[in-house]
Design a protein around this ligand. Structure first.
Ligand SMILES: Cc1cc2nc3c(=O)[nH]c(=O)nc-3n(C[C@H](O)[C@H](O)[C@H](O)COP(=O)(O)O)c2cc1C
Length: 169
């Protein structure tokens, strides 16, 4: 499937629903070893004068180690498509199975990046930071309920180095 590179100024997707309703695959690693998982929490914005994607990854995820160790990551956005496949990517762990084989989705290897050929948009990112949540800093006490098992998210930021948009099937 074909993608074309677009500028951030040409991006017309909703920055909230692209995650919350559309779902995405977060992928880290390289062509020799990589892993992808479904994410529906995230953000697109600007920090340190860099267009940036923010993703939230719990320590228990297999993907976490790839995010920690690698210099790059990608966010492949599906805009509500491939729901069954993304449900599998969000329920099974790459520790236990090959999620690409099980779903039939196709990884693409592009220099430093691995992303999903079946997505509608892809953000190719260079990792810029990792931040840990501190439970003392939640002003909204309801949030603590997300962490009753102490499996906290880390916030990873990545400078957007390229945006791809699907052009054809
Ligand atoms: C719709 C959906 C959204 C999800 N969003 C996130 C997320 O934003 N952050 C996270 O850490 N886990 C999220 N998950 C859970 C992971 O995708 C899931 O635990 C996955 O199996 C981890 O795979 P891995 O062990 O191969 O990394 C989500 C799961 C689903 C189904």
């Amino acid at each position: 499937m074909a993608f074309k590179e677009i500028k951030i100024q040409e991006l017309s997707i909703n920055p909230v629903t692209v995650f919350s309703e559309g779902w995405a695959l977060l992928t880290a690693g390289d062509k020799n070893k990589f892993n992808s998982m479904t994410v529906s929490w995230g953000a697109i914005g600007e920090i340190w004068s860099k267009p940036t994607v923010f993703v939230f990854v719990r320590h228990s995820r297999y993907t976490y180690g790839f995010m920690d160790n690698g210099e790059y990551f990608t966010v492949s956005c599906f805009l509500g498509k491939n729901r069954n496949e993304l449900t599998l990517f969000g329920r099974k762990s790459g520790r236990d199975c090959d999620k690409y084989k099980e779903t039939g989705l196709t990884p693409v290897f592009d220099e430093n990046f691995v992303y999903c050929d079946d997505a509608e948009y892809v953000f190719l990112c260079r990792k810029t930071s990792k931040t840990e949540f501190d439970s003392n800093n939640f002003y909204d006490k309801d949030i603590s309920g997300c962490y009753s098992d102490n499996d906290y998210h880390s916030i990873f930021t990545g400078e957007i180095v390229k945006i791809l948009k699907k052009t054809s099937k």
